[in-house]
Design a protein around this ligand. Structure first.
Ligand code: IPM
Ligand code: MN
Length: 347
């Protein structure tokens, strides 16, 4: 198998966790006889510094030409107040790549049960797939600032809702055939449209699915009180952003969760759900598991390499069982030490 990867480490802890994932990818490729062509490109704050824009043309073209994109994280205080921000780069990348479906799996690992702020009996067996709409909603609507007033517009079309709901339905059909849709239909017009479209798609195209609806406020509470009730959750861009960060506390750390973003084109983007954590950047203490698991999602989803993906995930789990992890989980391993140990296990 030949894999052409565009690697965009970004800012903050991005390059530290990214290096670990790239080393592991290389190790897996060597071991299983695959060829990886991996090239690194500036993206985010570093690209603002080097090129004056967060998503340089060359980076975007490289991402489009690649089989898959591996992204670390972007952003930091240095660029937070400028006219051009790293965040604009990630939104532009998602839009340009057409990656409207962001999959964020949340599960718990037995070895980490006592690392979770929640009681073990609540979190045992949690296995949720968040399907977050990624290229629409309030993130992309018109923004204004006139005098002392600011606005953000939230907009969704029927087409945008249909396509994300279909992705969620397809996933639900392969799991427990249960779908939870999260909205705020008691207040928002976009949510009323969301709910109407979701009901229609499920009734007409996936009648076998059991569909339930939650308002986002209630969903955020139930996510902590009885997380095992959820299986596949589909929701709009901002609700998905917030709920998935909240859900990361179920396994115990924001640093654990991977994601993939896909759309119509062959190229998907793989990135951990966490940010660039500028407060701990450069200290070699960031948890690389979310990044590593994003890479294993890539092996499985973009390249169909189930055995290889499983090998990486098993090695991660083994390290969790050995207590070999970073300080966010009360471990004593550095970021690079996690990477070295994992590579040694995979070899
Ligand atoms: C995420 C991040 C981004 C988002 C930021 C960096 C724009 O929080 O991927 O969840 O809000 O989508
Ligand atoms: Mn987020």
């Amino acid at each position: 198998m030949k894999m052409k990867i565009a690697y965009i480490p970004g800012d903050g802890i991005g390059p530290e966790i990214g290096k670990v994932a790239v080393d592991i990818l290389q190790t897996v490729a060597n071991k299983y006889g695959h060829e990886v062509d991996i090239k690194e490109y500036d993206f985010g704050g570093i690209a603002i510094d080097n090129h004056g824009e967060p998503l340089p043309k060359e980076t975007l073209q490289a991402c489009k030409d690649a089989d898959a994109v591996l992204l670390g994280a972007i952003g930091g205080p240095k660029w937070a107040h400028g006219e051009i921000t790293p965040e604009k780069g990630i939104l532009a990348l998602r839009k340009e790549m057409g990656t409207f479906a962001n999959l964020r799996p949340v599960k718990t690992w037995e070895a980490l049960y006592d690392r979770s702020p929640l009681k073990t009996d609540r979190i045992k067996g949690v296995d949720i797939m968040f399907v977050r709409e990624l290229t629409g909603g309030i993130y992309f609507g018109k923004k204004t600032r006139v005098g002392d007033t600011a606005t953000d517009t939230c907009e969704y079309s029927v087409y945008e809702v249909e396509r994300i709901v279909r992705v969620a339905c397809e996933i639900a059909m392969k799991r427990k055939k249960r779908l939870t849709s999260v909205d705020k239909a008691n207040v928002l017009e976009t949510s009323r449209l969301w709910r109407e479209v979701t009901i229609r798609i499920v009734e007409t195209e996936y009648p076998e699915l059991e569909l339930e609806h939650y308002y986002v406020d209630a969903a955020s509470m139930h996510l902590l009180s009885r997380p095992t009730d959820f299986d596949v959750v589909v929701t709009e861009n901002m609700f998905g952003d917030i709920l998935s960060d909240e859900a990361s506390m179920i396994p115990g750390s924001l640093g654990l969760l991977p994601s993939s973003s896909q759309g119509d084109s062959k190229t998907a983007i793989y990135e951990p759900i966490h940010g660039s954590a500028p407060d701990i950047a450069g200290k070699n203490i960031a948890n690389p598991f979310g990044m590593i698991l994003s890479m294993s999602m890539m092996l499985r989803q973009s390249f169909g390499l189930e055995i290889e993906a499983r090998a990486v995930e098993d090695a991660v789990e083994q390290m969790m069982e050995n207590g070999e992890y970073t300080s966010d989980l009360d471990g004593i391993f550095s970021t690079s030490a996690v990477g070295e140990k994992l590579c040694a296990m995979l070899r």
